[in-house]
Design a protein around this ligand. Sequence first.
Ligand SMILES: [Zn+2]
Ligand SMILES: [Zn+2]
Length: 67
Amino acid sequence: MIRPRPSACENMNHRRANSPVSHCPQCGGVVNAQLSSPPCNDAKHAASRRQRSAFCVDCGVQLIIVR
Ligand SMILES: [Zn+2]
Ligand SMILES: [Zn+2]
C-alpha cells in the first residue's frame, strides 16, 4: 500500500488527538490506530466514493485514483 508522507496532507484528522475515523480520507494514512472498524464492502466504498473521499476512512484503501 502506498503511504504518502503525513506532512504532505493537510487534513484536519491528522491534528486531532482523537480522530473519529481510523484513516484519513485524503491520503489514506492512519490517523487513529486505536479505532477498529467492521470489514468494508464494495457498497460502502461506493458510497464513500460518491462523497468524494479519495480513501476509505475505515480501511485506508484508495477509492479514487488521481493522476
Ligand atoms: Zn491525510
Ligand atoms: Zn474500506
